[in-house]
Design a protein around this ligand. Structure first.
Ligand SMILES: [Zn+2]
Length: 451
């Protein structure tokens, strides 16, 4: 039995869950269900990221304490995952004592080892992104993400000596080509690393921000976003209880490409410096767009996901998400595309196959041994089935759901040269050896739907 520990990003509680969150979480859920079916020991973690300037601001605007506000949004995420049938084993919140304890322990360890120093930094800061931008990243004097003016801030902060791990990380990526998948994202990280790596600011003064985990060695500062957020993957299983012992060495992360740099650069160097084993793989998916825009808090309300699952069912919705996106690339989401997939794949191909196969099985009745002669067509289909299994296992290893489901030369693809199981199940030779029933209307009735 192998062990499989998979995480989604923890979602920032500055907004309620949207369709983008749902897509990532459903992908992770499908992978965990697959691994459980294989008999693996599976641990599936998701959760919420609850500290930072933006949370303090939105809470204040809503007339709530940051904690009350975070409780409310974390509750909305939990409820969304329950309604979407997500099978997570744990839900971590960065405001929980179990997380705070681990963050402070790791920070103290790094500080004691001389990996963290106090220094001054001046730079162009975006309050929306809660980060500094380098000259190279600034577009027309504005934040490339928010298109708003940046503020020059000079302040004293604590820094993690990330720069000293640059050469080590490049070597690690070269020695472990599957550390970041698909390849394009590994190349992107190697691209970042062609520029000199800066040290990482890990604190904010409490004079500017109080809503965070206090640094254990200086209470006039709180931990800055990434040193708090990224550690959730570790803090959730670090207690070493029976349920979580031995999981960490098997950790795999699933993320969207917008947070590649923190996960592909900051996180491995943090782990290396803290003497914690690295994650096994980072799996990076592209963006979903809706009407041409990236799904975000303003686009793609999660209510739409509920409407679609209520109307067409959970499984159809999941099938669409997994089949429509080529893992790693961007994909676009529309109800029209969803219904097309449903009709073409589920109602016609797979639906018909399932229907014919079940009719065939019912017709054959309970048999101890097959006495009918095995024909060439049967041998072909048996070989194709065995091959399909191997293709699926390999595809799932790479998180290439679309391939496992028959896309891009997968087992059910029309471009595939393998014999078609649907054609076989409806062939005369197959039916002539089954004594009772031939496929009737019911077997062929298609479950086509209209939007
Ligand atoms: Zn910004």
């Amino acid at each position: 039995m192998s062990t499989f520990y998979l995480t989604t990003p923890i979602y920032y509680v500055n907004a309620r869950p949207h369709l983008g969150h749902a897509c990532t979480t459903i992908m992770a859920d499908a992978m965990c269900r697959y691994r459980r079916l294989r008999g693996d020991r599976v641990y599936f973690l998701t959760g919420t990221d609850e500290h930072g300037e933006r949370i303090a601001q939105v809470a204040a605007a809503a007339g709530k304490s940051p904690q009350a506000y975070a409780d409310e949004i974390a509750g909305a995420f939990r409820e969304t995952w329950r309604r979407l049938g997500i099978t997570n084993d744990d839900f971590i919140r960065t405001t929980e004592p179990r997380h705070r304890k681990v963050v402070q322990e790791v920070l103290q360890r790094l500080y004691d080892a001389g990996e963290i120093y106090f220094g001054e930094y001046g730079g162009w800061y975006c309050f929306g992104c809660e980060r500094f931008y380098t000259e190279k990243e600034i577009v027309d004097g504005k934040c490339p993400d928010h298109q708003t003016a940046l503020t020059f801030i000079k302040e004293k902060n604590y820094f993690f000596k990330m720069s000293k791990y640059q050469a080590w990380l490049i070597k690690h990526l070269e020695d472990n080509p599957d550390f970041i998948q698909p390849d394009r994202y590994r190349n992107e990280v190697l691209g970042f690393l062609r520029e000199p790596l800066q040290d990482l600011s890990i604190s904010r003064p409490t004079s500017r921000l109080e809503w965070g985990i206090p640094l254990p060695f200086d209470d006039k500062y709180v931990t800055y976003v990434w040193f708090d957020a990224l550690l959730n993957y570790y803090s959730a299983v670090a207690s070493g209880g029976e349920k979580t012992s031995g999981l960490w060495e098997h950790v795999e992360h699933l993320i969207g490409k917008d947070i590649l740099k923190p996960h592909g650069v900051y996180w491995p160097t943090m782990l290396k410096a803290a003497g914690i084993p690295l994650y096994r793989h980072l799996h990076v998916h592209g963006y979903w767009s809706l009407g041409g825009s990236k799904m975000s808090k303003s686009v793609g309300n999660v209510v739409e996901a509920f409407q679609l699952t209520d109307k067409y069912g959970h499984d159809a919705f999941r099938y669409f998400l997994l089949r429509e996106m080529n893992f790693g690339l961007d994909a676009s989401f529309s109800e029209e595309a969803f219904v097309d997939r449903l009709n073409a794949d589920l109602a016609n191909d797979l639906g018909n196959l399932a229907s014919r196969a079940s009719t065939l099985i019912a017709a054959a009745g309970p048999v101890a041994t097959v006495t009918a002669p095995v024909e060439a067509a049967d041998r072909e289909i048996a070989t194709a089935a065995a091959e399909a299994r191997a293709v699926i296992e390999q595809a799932m290893e790479e998180f290439a759901f679309q391939k496992a489901l028959g896309g891009r030369s997968g087992p059910g693809s029309s471009a595939c040269s393998a014999p078609s199981p649907t054609r076989w199940a409806s062939s005369a030779s197959c039916w002539s050896r089954s004594s009772r029933t031939r496929p009737g209307r019911s077997a062929r009735r298609s479950g086509r739907v209209a939007p």
